[in-house]
Design a protein around this ligand. Structure first.
Ligand code: PMP
Length: 324
């Protein structure tokens, strides 16, 4: 769909996948005025196709749009766009038995041709789709996470809470550094003091204590408000864990790993679902989480979440929306 300042959004259409025409002076190429979302379409055993809490993604796209001075796409138009793409590509939604899904990537960018610095008056919105298997090549295996003391993902008053391409651009060098240290992922600390946990490059972080608390960083404006994060807080409370959103000092977390007070840690997001964290590495050393394996509660939460998504257990929170 296209948006023009004078007339708003048009109706949009489904077209075959192919290259885009963009002017070399399109604002997005110079100033990064771009936002996106990520969701999955799941096929159930009866053949129907569903998505998970898409209205939360619609609302987050609207919040990201406000922060990046882009026009908001109404929730109904967002849901219609997902339905249009999945209907057109329906054979690509993997079978229910495969534990795979169709990843949906809605995105919006400034297409107007100009070189001055201002919000664009012409914007495009697309949804592309791709079948998705496991996020990490090794499947659900404990992650090695590199703690960077050099790079931050977002600063106060910046765009950390928005899902915009620029945040990911600023995380790439840190991700490369993590890979050079044999790690699967990078942990970003807060940009002010570089001491408390923010998030991974594409996932929110959780810790479970021996006495049944589930800890995750509070939404301070520098981390993404994950849909998976919010859902896990709910599922954990249902199981009798005490969910706590608070500032998590990295040094305290590492000490509590050593003392056994924290027994499990995991990272979560739409693409990766829930993945155990087995080890942290940093310039100063390395720290094991529990026995370095996959925690029991972590795997149970993952099982429960995927059972809901694939329709294997009742959707007791009303989280699923039917697409086909
Ligand atoms: N943080 C970042 C930086 C992410 O890119 C993502 C993935 N969208 C998440 C957290 C998790 O968000 P969600 O659970 O909505 O996928």
């Amino acid at each position: 769909a296209s948006w023009r300042e004078a007339c708003g959004w048009d109706r949009g259409e489904v077209v075959p996948f192919g290259p885009l025409y963009l002017s070399p002076a399109a604002a997005v190429l110079h100033y990064g005025q771009e936002i996106f979302e990520g969701l999955k379409a799941f096929r159930h055993a009866d053949g129907s196709v569903w998505t998970f809490r898409p209205e939360r993604n619609a609302e987050r796209l609207q919040r990201s749009a406000r922060r990046l001075a882009l026009p908001e796409l109404p929730t109904e138009a967002f849901l219609d766009s997902l339905r249009a793409v999945v209907t057109a590509d329906e054979p690509w939604v993997p079978e229910a038995t495969s534990e795979e899904s169709l990843y949906l990537r809605p995105f919006m960018f400034a297409s107007e041709e100009f070189l001055g610095v201002r919000a664009a008056h012409a914007v495009e919105y697309y949804v592309i789709a791709s079948p998705a298997g496991p996020y990490f090549p090794r499947g659900v295996q404990p992650l090695v996470v590199w703690i960077t003391d050099e790079y931050a993902r977002a600063g106060a008053g910046g765009t950390g809470a928005a899902k915009c391409g620029g945040n990911y651009a600023s995380s790439l060098l840190g991700k490369r550094e993590a890979a050079e240290h044999g790690a699967d992922e990078i942990l970003f600390l807060d940009s002010e003091t570089h001491t408390s946990i923010d998030e991974l490059s594409g996932m929110n972080v959780f810790a479970i204590t021996a006495d049944g608390r589930l800890l995750t960083p509070a939404l301070t404006g520098s981390i993404l408000e994950g849909v998976t994060r919010e859902s896990i807080l709910r599922l954990a409370a249902d199981r009798g864990l005490e969910p706590l959103e608070q500032k998590l000092e990295m040094s305290e977390i590492l000490a509590q790993l050593g003392s056994g007070e924290i027994t499990e840690m995991f990272a979560c997001g739409t693409a990766a679902v829930i993945n155990p964290i087995g080890e942290f590495r940093a310039h100063g050393g390395s720290w094991r989480v529990g026995d370095g394996g996959s925690g029991e509660i972590t795997l149970a939460l993952r099982q429960e979440l995927t059972d809901i998504q694939y329709g294997r257990v009742p959707d007791r929170h009303g989280w699923l929306t039917r697409l086909v």
